[in-house]
Design a protein around this ligand. Structure first.
Ligand code: SF4
Ligand code: SF4
Length: 117
């Protein structure tokens, strides 16, 4: 189990009754670890097989992690250098990451317009 680093979150997690009405955090690193189920291959194949739009992270990404936090599939991966990459095998192309990116650094490209793929 991942260790909770934030002192504030340790306190928040302690008891439901002690939770404040408003929970503030300054960046994604303060978020408490939560269990998520990652996508797997289904009867229609891997999610990336039927995606219509592909998210592409552009060069000016500031590594804030907002896209990682919002992706409902958990397919945005943080690399060792702090940058993020998208697992296109299971990204469903919903565009939430692009919508939430505060610096507009995720472009949604139509799959049929991409040569490699
Ligand atoms: S398009 Fe949707 S599924 Fe794909 S990385 Fe962005 S938020 Fe996640
Ligand atoms: S939300 Fe945008 S700027 Fe932040 S890590 Fe993701 S792509 Fe980069």
């Amino acid at each position: 189990m991942a260790e909770i680093k934030s002192e504030k979150w340790k306190k928040i997690n302690k008891s439901k009754k002690e939770r404040p009405e408003i929970q503030e955090y300054k960046d994604w690193e303060e978020l408490s670890p939560i269990p998520i189920s990652l996508p797997i291959k289904g009867s229609m194949g891997e999610t990336g097989d039927w995606r219509t739009f592909r998210p592409v992270i552009k060069e000016d990404c500031n590594k804030c992690g907002i896209c990682w936090m919002y992706c409902p599939e958990g397919v945005i991966i943080r690399k060792e250098d702090g940058s993020f990459e998208i697992d296109l095998k299971y990204c469903k192309g919903c565009g939430i990451c692009a919508k939430e990116c505060p610096t507009n650094n995720i472009e949604m490209l139509r799959e049929s317009d991409i040569k490699d793929g």
